[in-house]
Design a protein around this ligand. Structure first.
Ligand SMILES: Nc1ncnc2[nH]cnc12
Ligand SMILES: [Zn+2]
Length: 329
């Protein structure tokens, strides 16, 4: 079925093979003997244990061409899963901290989005994500550096180590981003408590919540998310691999949908978590016994929750209806 992917970190699409290739090209030494050796290090106990390897992997990216190649590889792979639209996070601070220029990052990724539209017919936009383990001051400096490239991204997000870094830490940066007309999203309630989701809504004015699976522990929050149709970008295999739901049969995506929430399914960091979007769907459907109606909801929600123009959303919904029409006969 056609669908949008709204929660994918482009640095999390960097496959071990490409990490080795870029390390070789850029003369960077890796602490792994082989691609297989690196892959076998991907055994995570929580979010932080993953982030440590994810930032290390991203350290091989140096040139505009590197960023472009990485994003083109993801978009080609996503198009194979019939993803018709992707809203892609990038973490500029991971790169600017290493001396890579902001424009190297943004121009490379933006070029990939344009080329993928030509080559694969997939539409893509970029969302700049602030690293929440860094300071508010550093987030403001990052925004400042990115503003000359404003035309290349549609919004801002908040990611990295959640516990101990509540949304309120970034209230003023996000207020400035809203004034600039940027869309606002934030990771909240991945490992962190429902209180972080309330803060993301009330203090950052997030239009979508990334993950948000901890909302089930707060009835009033569930009611609000449903009533206001705040989308959750849920990532099943990520939650399994980072031990949020160690057993996929315990995942609450079905419960969120059945509770009337605008939940969507996404891959988060597919190169690290063992699957792109269709793998996420197939595995969570098999594990939790979701049906055709849930599939329809997930695809329809993905379009509703996207920041794409209304005309595009209507066209994709028509395509979706056509697929389900055919399926029913
Ligand atoms: N799942 C995740 N949570 C927080 N930050 C991230 N950065 C990349 N993936 C992330
Ligand atoms: Zn994420």
């Amino acid at each position: 079925m056609p669908k949008a992917e709204l929660h994918i970190h482009i640095e999390g699409s960097l496959e071990p093979q490409m990490i080795f290739e870029l390390a070789r090209r850029n003369g960077i030494a890796l602490p792994y003997a082989s691609v297989q050796d690196l892959r076998s290090a991907y055994a995570f106990t929580d979010l932080q244990s993953f982030l440590d390897l994810y930032y290390q992997g991203a350290g091989v990216l140096q040139t505009e061409e590197d960023f472009c190649e990485m994003a083109l590889a993801y978009l080609a792979r996503a198009a194979m899963d019939n993803v018709v639209h992707a809203e892609i996070f990038f973490d500029p601070q991971t790169h600017t901290e290493r001396g890579v220029a902001m424009q190297t990052v943004v121009r490379g990724l933006a070029r990939a989005c344009e080329e993928a539209q030509q080559r694969h017919g997939i539409s893509a936009s970029l969302i700049l994500s602030f690293l929440r383990h860094l300071s508010e001051r550093e987030a403001f400096a990052t925004l400042e550096q990115a503003l000359p490239l404003r035309e290349h991204f549609i919004g801002v997000g908040l990611d990295s180590s959640e516990l101990g870094h509540p949304p309120e830490k970034f209230q003023r940066v996000f207020a400035r981003c809203r004034e600039l007309g940027l869309h606002i999203v934030a990771h909240a309630g991945e490992e962190g408590p429902p209180a972080y989701i309330w803060q993301a809504l009330d203090l950052l004015r997030a239009e979508r919540i990334d993950h948000g699976v901890q909302a089930v522990h707060d009835t009033a929050l569930m009611q609000r998310l449903a009533a206001e149709r705040v989308p959750l970008t849920v990532c099943p295999l990520s939650n399994q691999k980072l031990q949020v739901f160690p057993d996929l049969r315990q995942h609450n995506l079905k419960a969120l949908l059945d509770g009337g929430l605008v939940a969507t399914a996404n891959s988060d960091d597919p190169a690290y978590f063992g699957g792109y979007l269709n793998d996420n769907l197939l595995q969570v459907f098999a594990a939790t016994g979701m049906g055709v109606q849930h599939a329809w909801q997930l695809a329809a929600h993905s379009f509703e929750a996207s920041f794409a123009p209304a005309a595009d959303k209507a066209r994709w919904m028509d395509q979706l209806a056509e697929v389900f029409e055919r399926f029913a006969h």
